[in-house]
Design a protein. Sequence first.
Length: 383
Amino acid sequence: MSKKKLGLNTICIHVGEVKDEQFKGAVSPMYLSSSYEFLDVDVKRYPRYFNTPNQEFLAKKIAALENTESALIFGSGMAAISTMFLAFLQQGDHLVVQNTLYGGTVNFIKEEFPKYGIEYTFTNGYSVEDFEKAIKPNTKLIHIETPSNPLMTITDIKAIARLGKSKGILTSIDNTFASPVNQKPIDLGIDMVMHSATKYFGGHSDILAGAVASSEELIERIFNVGKNLGGNLSDMTVWMLERSLKTLGLRVKAQTKNAMKMAKWLNKHPKVSKVYYPGLKSHPEYKLAKSQMSGFGAMLSFELTEDLDAYKFQKALRLIKSSMSLAGVESTVISPHLTSHALLTQEERDAIGISDQLIRFSVGIEDVKDLKRDITNAIKMIE
Ligand SMILES: *Cc1c(COP(=O)(O)O)cnc(C)c1O
């Protein structure tokens, strides 16, 4: 059966299962060996070579979800992104990277690239022209993130893919926020897709993992660097990730539906001055988001009115937890100005639109009426 013809949920459940030949159990057995037969075998298996049975098979599920030939699973999103970058960038090369980006990726570039003699340019904005202006003769990779953290800006994936192809530059995307349930960048022409699998792939706030999906040829190049850097995921967590991925479609669709309802409700709330959600018609890139996403995702941000204290608001919530991470089945909120963007100056934050009133909201699968009530009660308590 061709994997491409299978539906999303069928892929989530059935692609990349390790068959239990011995006992015919319903789920993949967990292979914890870190030592495998070496003599006269076709494949020399070792966890750091990304080729234990659980790693090899789960990679097939992720490749099927992203419509790629191949994939690799890593110990974290940062292991995935750092290995991918170092596979295609060496001394004297140049990376063009979007200005609104996950903080850890920004830190990796700023703190590590100078040590390797790799050059980089952060774009001034996220339009195709901004990317084009940043390209230099030694540019080897363009990296984007859409929707991006925390204001849910939308980058034109097709246009960036076209730009890369026209200049012979590889393109990569951080698809963590949308997940393959809502966005398939490979179908839009991007070369490589990476994920913090800690987020929607894991979905239960109990796994740290990452993944990259691409063609066999590009994955081979990432593998060659990855085996040296040693960022593979342990097989026990690989097994947990397989279990989580079975419900990826169900979870993310339910979360996306809830996010749309919450965004519309917050948009009309007298104590909310602004909502950032690509599914709202008021979002500046609503049409673009609609053209490249099958759903608008479950991440949104909103600004409380000036009279409310964002810190007190988070403390007053009972159901919705304040949390650094995101994308679990439980709803969480965070103040970007106190966390991801705390190291910037007030002026720097103002320049990129991160106000003290901003709350990033990762919408879970709870009943919407309870989420609304929690927010209403919290606002009443601090008014
Ligand atoms: C969390 C996150 C990462 C980093 O992933 P880790 O699993 O924490 O290493 C990268 N990109 C985005 C968009 C993220 O949200």
